[in-house]
Structures are given as structure tokens and as C-alpha cells.
Design a protein around this ligand. Structure first.
Ligand SMILES: Cc1cc2nc3c(=O)[nH]c(=O)nc-3n(C[C@H](O)[C@H](O)[C@H](O)COP(=O)(O)OP(=O)(O)OC[C@H]3O[C@@H](n4cnc5c(N)ncnc54)[C@H](O)[C@@H]3O)c2cc1C
Length: 400
């Protein structure tokens, strides 16, 4: 049966994480966003990471065998909801590397596992992932143009990627490239190759500004980049499968974090509505503002139900493909709507940097694009449902 409330055994840890986020992370958020912080950014982040480690809150969801806290999946889902209150908390608490460390653990050769896995989980090095390219619609990665050719014992890589988030500070990029010839069917033609960012020919061209801010989404040229043959992750031609494995359960964590962001925006909106007076009464006494509160509460609750339902299906061993498609699209839209309304209730203050809302709003806008643009999820989810009808199976919500 779907359990929506926080399980009793996880409540103390979840509260501890929430306290950490509110007491330690919120106070430095503004400073970390500011251009003036410069080289102190790393020092401040490091300080938070050390505190999280001392308090036993570091990398809680990473499997124990790779040095993480080994929290069971569903417990970690509930913890992620409060980690999500601040985007900085994912790094401060070491959850940011979960997908990449699991990918390395599953697919890397011993050499790369030894070199990167422990430092990655410990937060000593950062990963990055390079799939998207500026010149082709990377919603459709069968079109990717970056190629790797095996010459002797080395892969030689040429091409251009962008939106390789974190490349500027990462130790390596896992790069999705075409390794097979044009005759090979696209879904067996791409592979994942680990490229250390200090390799000759790995040229960072720019930190692409997003909505006016440089936030570390880099454009990178691969100019005759040479890496050893063993830098291949998993079998040759399995890039699509590995990419899918990397993203699947990760989307649940994204959605729980989005719920954390929505909760924060909702708290800010309700408090403002109860305290700001216009035309002789609190904003919250005006019907239109009440509608904002009502719609937001309904969308947050619906999104939470959808997400926990999908999480539970995965926990029971299912793939939950349709459910994940539904939450990715619904969750991103919910997040966008709730923050938008919270900004509106704050008036001009809402678009300043004096509240976290403007930053949250920018990030919410990105959520409808990254991890697969919404339209791609709509298409694949609808097709899967229609296929079930075509097979005579149907889609009985009571049985999902
Ligand atoms: C903040 C941020 C961080 C990112 N980080 C990374 C990263 O670390 N590594 C990485 O590799 N990439 C990253 N990306 C890139 C992201 O994965 C791509 O932007 C996304 O896959 C879409 O590709 P595209 O931008 O080329 O858009 P396109 O593929 O050109 O699509 C543009 C638009 O076309 C429409 N569209 C596409 N397909 C369909 C369809 N089937 N039906 C109807 N409409 C459709 C959608 O509206 C879509 O938004 C990041 C993006 C953002 C915004």
C-alpha cells in the first residue's frame, strides 16, 4: 500500500537534515551566489561538506560498498525531499555524485574505479557528463556527432559538446560518443568514455550564460583527445543503455528535490500572504491570492503522490517507465507554477535577490528542459500507454 507519510524510523534523520539545511546552508546561499565571493566559494562549500561529514549526513544514499551511507532507496527518497530545499545542499551533503558514482561502480574498469570512485564519493573530485551538442537536437541523441575512433590502444575523440555542467571544476567528463560506423543501428552505435578534464585537446570554450548567469554549464571542444582504450565504460555500443540506467531512479530524486523547492516557495508565499497588507487587509484575505494558495497546495500534493507512487514501483523492482514520465513533466510544471505564484505574491521583492525565489525560478525553468525536454517524455509516455491499448492490455489506473 502506498505510504505517503514519512516513516517513523526515518523522521529523526530527515529532521536532522532539514535542520542542517536551514541552519548551515540557508545562511551562506546568498554569499555563494554572489559574484563577489570569488575564490572563497570553494572554501565555503568545503566547510559545509566537512560539517555534514562530522554530523554523519554525508553521501547518505550512496551504496555502502562504495563508501556511502547505504540508506535504503525509499528512506533516501524522503530525505531527498528536504535536501531539495536548497540546491546547494545537494553538494554540501554529498548527494550530487550519486548517479555518476553508481555508473562508475557498475561499468568502469578497475583502474578508473580505483582512481575516481572513492574520491568522488568523498567529495574530493567532481564528475561531469557530456551528451548534449550544440549542433544537433540532443533530445534525439541518435544524431550526436562527436566520434571516437580506436587507434591502437587509444580512443581518439573529436567533436563539440555543450551544457556539460560542472566541467570547469570536474576531474573528468563521461562523454557519450559515436564509436561505431554509420551502418550500425543508432541504439548500438554509441558508447560512454571517461575523459579526464586535463587531457590535451579537451578545451573548455566558455561557461555558457543561462538567463544572465554563468552557472557552470560549459561548452567543450574535443580536439583529437586521446584516452586509453580502457576508459570505455561498459561494453562498446551500450551508451544508450548506460545513459538510461544513469537517469532512471535519478529522476525520482530530482522530483523529490523539486518538492523540497516547492515547499520552500509555498512557505514563503503563505507567510507573505499572512503578513502583507494591501487595500485594508492581508494579501491572504484577497480571493485571488487564496486561489494561488489553493492551486499550489493541490499541485504539490498531486506531484508528491505521483512521485511516491513511482518511487514505490521502483522499490518493488519495477521500471515504472510511464510513472517516471508522468512525474518528470508534472513535477517540473508544478515547480514552475508554485514558484511563479510565490514571486507574484512578493511583488517586486520576488524578482530581487533578497529572497531565494528568483534563483529558484530560473532553476525551475531549466527543469522543463534538462533530463529530457517535457515534450519527449510526453511523447514516450503517451506512446507506451497507447501501445498497451493496441496490445489489448489497456491502462487500468487501479492496477498501476
Ligand atoms: C541547466 C541545464 C543543465 C544541463 N546539464 C547537462 C549536462 O550536464 N550534460 C548534458 O549532456 N546535457 C545537459 N543539459 C542539456 C539537456 O540535456 C538538453 O538541453 C536537453 O536534452 C534538450 O536538448 P536540446 O537543448 O538540444 O534541445 P532540442 O533537442 O533541440 O529540443 C528543443 C525543443 O524541441 C522540442 N522537442 C524536442 N523533441 C520533441 C518531440 N519529440 N516532440 C515535440 N517537441 C520536441 C522541445 O520543446 C524541446 O525543448 C542541460 C540543460 C540545462 C538547461
Amino acid at each position: 500500500m502506498l505510504n505517503l507519510s514519512i516513516p517513523e524510523h526515518i523522521a529523526p534523520l530527515r529532521n536532522k537534515v532539514l535542520n542542517f539545511v536551514e541552519q548551515e546552508v540557508y545562511p551562506v546561499e546568498e554569499q555563494l551566489q554572489s559574484d563577489k565571493v570569488g575564490s572563497r566559494r570553494g572554501e565555503i562549500l568545503r566547510g559545509l561538506m566537512d560539517k555534514a561529514k562530522t554530523q554523519g549526513l554525508w553521501a547518505m544514499g550512496h551504496p555502502e560498498e562504495i563508501g556511502g551511507g547505504g540508506l535504503p532507496f525509499m528512506d533516501y527518497v524522503f530525505v531527498n525531499e528536504v535536501v531539495g530545499r536548497s540546491d546547494i545542499a545537494t553538494v554540501a551533503l554529498g548527494t550530487h555524485s550519486l548517479q555518476d558514482s553508481i555508473m562508475l561502480h557498475r561499468y568502469a574498469s578497475d583502474e578508473w574505479r580505483d582512481k575516481y570512485l572513492k574520491p568522488l564519493v568523498d567529495g574530493e573530485v567532481f564528475p561531469s557528463f557530456g551528451m548534449t551538442e550544440p549542433d544537433v537536437a540532443s533530445s534525439d541523441p541518435t544524431q550526436l556527432q562527436t566520434r571516437a575512433v580506436l587507434e591502437g590502444d587509444e580512443w581518439v575523440i573529436n567533436g563539440r559538446k555543450w551544457f556539460t555542467s560542472g566541467a570547469g571544476t570536474a576531474a573528468y567528463t563521461t562523454c557519450m560518443v559515436r564509436t561505431e560506423d554509420d551502418e550500425t543501428p543508432a541504439h548500438a552505435a554509441f558508447s560512454m568514455i571517461v575523459v579526464p578534464t586535463d587531457t590535451a585537446g579537451y578545451n573548455i570554450l566558455r561557461d555558457v550564460k543561462v538567463m544572465g548567469q554563468a552557472e557552470g554549464h560549459y561548452e567543450v571542444e574535443y580536439d583529437n583527445v586521446r584516452v586509453p582504450k580502457d576508459n570505455l565504460l561498459g561494453p562498446r555500443g551500450q551508451g544508450f543503455k548506460i545513459a538510461q540506467d544513469r537517469l532512471g531512479p535519478g529522476r525520482i530524486f530530482h522530483c523529490m528535490r523539486w518538492l523540497g523547492q516547492a515547499q520552500r516557495a509555498f512557505d514563503l508565499m503563505c507567510n507573505r500572504a499572512n503578513n502583507r497588507v494591501a487595500f485594508g487587509k492581508n494579501l491572504g484575505e484577497h480571493q485571488q491570492i487564496q486561489k494561488f494558495i489553493f492551486d499550489s497546495a493541490a499541485e504539490i500534493q498531486a506531484s508528491r503522490l505521483l512521485t511516491l507512487h513511482a518511487a514505490q514501483k521502483i522499490d518493488e523492482g519495477g521500471e515504472a517507465r510511464e510513472e517516471i514520465g508522468l512525474i518528470k513533466v508534472y513535477g517540473a510544471k508544478m515547480l514552475h507554477n508554485v514558484i511563479d505564484r510565490a514571486i507574484q505574491v512578493h511583488g517586486a521583492l520576488g524578482v530581487t535577490e533578497d529572497t531565494p525565489l528568483e534563483r529558484m525560478y530560473r532553476h525551475a525553468r531549466f527543469a522543463r528542459i534538462y533530463d529530457g525536454a517535457d515534450e519527449v517524455h510526453v511523447q514516450t509516455t503517451a506512446r507506451r500507454i497507447l501501445r498497451r491499448y493496441a496490445n489489448g492490455e489497456g491502462y487500468d489506473f487501479g492496477l498501476r
